[in-house]
Design a protein around this ligand. Structure first.
Ligand code: IPM
Ligand code: MN
Length: 352
């Protein structure tokens, strides 16, 4: 039997609630489709930081490298560890070290879910650059606390980095409805964003079957609200993609539905799957977190592992359950109730 080795990093807050839910569902899918998921759990988190002075061991990245995929819940517990410390100690280094340069985030309404918009017919795939740009971590501070204090944080856009994410976007568009929207702010940022626009234009020659538009981030934010149905694949830099995908989450009914995959496309290192939402300390451990985003992210993991049928079955089970009105409203059903319903649905598909 084929066994996939999965590193589970529940992390902090509701990361713990939703990781257990997703791991459970994926295990049911594995049983049904004749493969095995072997989970190894890593308690790396803000709690771990308080005991060890780091978010993960020094050889954490090397430990993870041996896995087929990583499933992560959420990182952050600002009451004890500043976010900039916890995120730069765990989540962001994994994305960078494993060259997970394509962060894929689907935005569409699941059956039964009512978003805030009039338009229900949108199906957007956001592709966020995930390793450089505004998140490069290049910068510094001087004269801290003094009147002449200076903070500098430089965005870095490399030709190879921009080219690979744009090509990834073109390929995704080709496999979907054939339209790519590239998002920049080249009217104001005259070096990096003009460069990104030029690369988009240049590469478009290699994808004659894909129609391309370039938009500015501000106009894009409005379009996602006013005409989301006009969008297919959207590609953006790290920070712009981060912001647009919270907007995407909002129009799809909330962060409880927003799934994501951090993909290393050449498969030289493991990819990582995680819901878009954070650790939500205010609702952690109360059995009220919506596990749908995490379970959907798990389906994306199965897809990446080549378990296409199992991935489709998990997604179909989620859709059947939300279609029956379960898990569609914040606080409506408990994490355990939603998880049990999706599990029962998966098992029932089997009998059908
Ligand atoms: C996300 C999150 C992270 C990001 C934070 C927690 C650093 O907001 O995955 O969207 O900005 O990438
Ligand atoms: Mn975000």
């Amino acid at each position: 039997m084929k066994t996939h080795e999965i590193a589970l990093i529940p992390g902090d807050g509701i990361g713990l609630d939703v990781t257990d839910a997703a791991a459970d569902i994926l295990q049911v899918a594995a049983g049904r489709f004749g493969f095995a998921l072997n989970y190894t759990r890593f308690p790396w988190s803000c709690d771990w930081y308080l005991k060890h002075g780091a978010m993960m061991p020094e050889d954490g990245i090397e430990t993870l490298r041996g896995f087929d995929a990583i499933f992560l819940g959420a990182v952050g517990w600002p009451q004890t560890v500043p976010d900039a410390v916890s995120l730069h100690g765990l989540l962001l280094p994994i994305r960078k070290a494993f060259c997970q340069y394509a962060n894929i985030r689907p935005h569409r309404l699941l059956p039964g879910v009512e978003g805030p918009l009039r338009s229900a017919g949108f199906d957007i795939l956001c592709i966020r650059e995930n390793t450089e740009g505004e998140y490069s971590g290049a910068g510094g501070r001087v004269h801290q606390g003094a009147d002449n204090e200076v903070a500098v944080e430089t965005s870095i856009f490399t030709r190879s980095g921009v080219e690979r994410i744009l090509r990834f976007g073109f390929e995704q568009a080709r496999a979907r409805r054939g339209h790519l929207t590239s998002v920049t702010k080249s009217n104001a940022q005259k070096y990096s964003m003009v460069f990104w626009d030029e690369m988009t234009e240049r590469l478009s020659a290699d994808y004659p079957d894909v129609t391309v538009s370039s938009m500015h981030i501000d106009a894009m934010a409005a379009k996602m609200v006013m005409q989301p149905e006009s969008l297919d694949v959207v590609v953006a830099s790290n920070l712009f993609g981060d912001i647009l995908t919270d907007l995407g989450a909002a129009i799809q009914g909330g962060l409880g539905f927003a799934a994501s995959a951090n993909i290393c496309p050449d498969r030289s290192a493991p990819s990582m799957f995680e819901p878009v939402h954070g650790s939500a300390p205010d609702i952690a451990g109360q059995n009220i977190a919506n596990p749908v985003a995490a379970i959907w992210s798990g389906a994306m993991m199965l897809e990446h592992l080549g378990e296409t049928q199992a991935a489709a079955a998990v997604l179909a089970a989620i859709e059947a359950v939300t279609g029956r009105g379960i898990g569609i409203k914040p606080g409506g059903h408990g994490t355990d109730v939603i998880t049990a319903a999706i599990k029962a649905e998966l098992e029932a598909q089997d009998a059908a």
